[in-house]
Design a protein around this ligand. Structure first.
Ligand code: 5IU
Length: 256
């Protein structure tokens, strides 16, 4: 199925919006922007904005974070049209994650369209996040698999995560995983650990190609970080390159 056909089937508004952006901008590329200063963060987002459907953030690594950053980020979001995914990987009991999601310095629920969580604590984590996020029209991804070497999220853990998602279809929009996990098209699959030039990073990260991820493994969105903004890279040229390779793999998959 095409991204636009998929978009019409989602009941969750964020999942629908994501695939509408993918189709409109013809990009299944999400940028994982792990930089530590506001200036780098905003400059790269503005440069790469036209080529991405989603910006994945780790807001707590910015050394000079302030509320103004969020306003600037929202302006760039309106300018370029992408969703914001805060890769917070919530992992506590429902009552605690509720506060981590909405309170503290970052007030993630106010600006992040998408968040993610470990399934480890059980259904309560989803229920807690849902209390905050559902009324705001947000979406949650569950971590069903990880790209790093030796990850324990495999086998029955992955299966139980899929079952958890199916019990919370109103709020869980999909998975972080290396491959499409369900035959039906009810969930979004986003895959990190994507790179064209190297296969690992020395700290356990493992890279696969966009073609492997989208065409062979049936994922929907490639998440690319240092492959685009790593040292010495031309970020615009790299973003275009990943967008093109990711989109070609999708067109090949749907037989275009
Ligand atoms: N990330 C992973 N693997 C995972 C999950 C998240 O790499 O299994 I869940 C994050 C970490 C980083 C980005 O923010 O995705 C990948 O960045 P690089 O492309 O620079 O390795």
């Amino acid at each position: 199925m095409t991204y636009s056909e998929r978009a019409t089937k989602f009941t969750n508004k964020v999942a629908r919006e994501l695939f509408e952006i993918v189709e409109r901008k013809k990009t299944n590329l999400a940028l994982a922007l792990d930089v530590t200063t506001k200036q780098e963060f905003l400059n790269i987002t503005d440069s790469v904005g036209p080529y991405i459907c989603c910006l994945k953030t780790h807001i707590d690594i910015l050394v000079d974070f302030d509320d103004e950053l969020i306003e600037q980020l929202k302006r760039l979001q309106a300018k370029h049209s992408f969703l914001i995914f805060e890769d917070r990987k919530f992992a506590d009991i429902g009552n605690t994650v509720k506060h981590q999601y909405s309170q503290g310095i970052y007030k993630i629920s106010e600006w992040a369209d998408i968040i993610d969580a470990h399934s480890l604590p059980g259904d309560g984590i989803v229920s807690g996040l849902k209390e905050v996020g559902l009324p705001l029209g947000r979406g949650l991804l569950l971590l069903a698999e990880m790209s790093s070497k030796g990850s324990l999220a495999t086998g029955s853990y992955t299966d139980a995560t899929v079952e958890m998602a199916q019990r919370h279809k109103d709020f869980v929009i999909g998975f972080i995983a290396g491959r499409k996990l369900l035959m039906n098209d009810d969930f979004v699959t986003m895959t990190p650990g994507v790179g064209l030039d190297v296969t690992k990073d020395g700290l356990g990260q493992q890279y696969r190609t966009p073609r492997d991820v989208i065409l062979e493994s049936g994922s929907d969105i490639i998440i690319v970080g240092r492959g685009i903004y790593g040292s010495g890279k031309d970020v615009i040229a790299e973003a275009r390159r990943y967008r093109d390779v990711g989109w070609n793999a999708y067109e090949e998959r749907i037989g275009k």
